[in-house]
Design a protein around this ligand. Structure first.
Ligand SMILES: C[S@@+](CC[C@H](N)C(=O)[O-])C[C@H]1O[C@@H](n2cnc3c(N)ncnc32)[C@H](O)[C@@H]1O
Length: 250
């Protein structure tokens, strides 16, 4: 059995899962962050609880809390059924079973729902969609995007991915995208073309392992930044040119 989604579904991870998916350090959390395709995740709420500035962007933020609850509810049965049929595609260490995973997701999305109306009034949840975001150039220090690009490779083509990643790079200094595999654990065929095309625009990148491991092959993120940016803290770790860290297709 394979996962199949007619379109991108609202489904949300927790603050701690975000830390692991993007390998976020305390220094990272002090940066000006935007989460694009934030959906019903609890990252925004967690950042707000820490009094850290955060903006999440998603077209679904046009809906009310009640409408979002309804949409999440409608998505539930299909996702759970598909997750159960595809349970061999996951590593069952973070969660012991599909049941535990589902209970955790429910709790996480409840955290989002309870924060949403207040957060929207405070400007923390912004209605917008890639590839056109309503922010000036380099407005953010760190741009995150999870379970949207590459993950939904069956639903969006390469042209969309290129336009979207260029837009993420326009609004921020550094971009991190997780995961690099699609819903069925295949390394997205768009990752290497995106890396190669953006290299021509003067964008450096690295594929990096992260602590988050739920999909069997889904424990890598793509990091992108403009060539010549030497003040990014993580660059110290590279012994050679950052571009040399681009892995080959796993
Ligand atoms: C599976 S959810 C992921 C939520 C969260 N990032 C996470 O990892 O838990 C994907 C989200 O992407 C949003 N989305 C779909 N198309 C988008 C676009 N063009 N621009 C921004 N977000 C989009 C969907 O509305 C959905 O909420």
């Amino acid at each position: 059995m394979s996962f199949h989604y007619k379109d991108i579904v609202p489904w949300g991870r927790s603050f701690d899962e975000y830390l692991d998916m993007f390998n976020l350090s305390e220094d990272d959390l002090a940066r000006d962050i935007v989460d694009v395709g934030g959906g019903p995740a609890a990252f925004n709420s967690g950042m707000h609880q820490r009094d850290a500035p955060i903006i999440s962007v998603d077209p679904i933020y046009q809906y009310s809390e009640a409408e979002l609850r309804q949409r999440i509810q409608e998505t539930y049965k299909d996702i759970i059924t598909q997750a159960f049929g595809n349970r061999d595609k996951f590593v069952w260490t973070r969660f012991a079973s599909v049941g535990e995973l589902v209970a955790f997701r429910r709790q996480t999305m409840e955290t989002f729902c309870q924060d949403f109306e207040t957060g929207r009034q405070q400007g923390r949840y912004v209605v917008a969609a890639l590839p056109n975001l309503p922010f000036p150039d380099r407005h953010f220090d760190l741009v995150l995007s999870a379970h949207l690009l590459f993950f939904y490779s069956a639903n969006r083509d390469l042209a969309f991915h290129l336009d979207a990643v260029r837009e993420l790079l326009r609004i921020g200094t550094e971009v991190r995208i997780f995961p690099l595999v699609d819903v069925n654990n295949s390394f997205s065929t768009f990752v290497l073309p995106v890396i190669r095309e953006l290299k021509k625009d003067g964008i450096d990148s690295s594929v990096e392992g992260v602590p988050y491991h739920l999909q069997k092959t889904g424990n890598q993120m793509l990091r992108l930044w403009r060539s010549g940016l030497t003040q990014l803290p993580f660059l110290d770790r590279f012994q050679t040119s950052p571009a040399a860290c681009i892995s080959s297709d796993p």
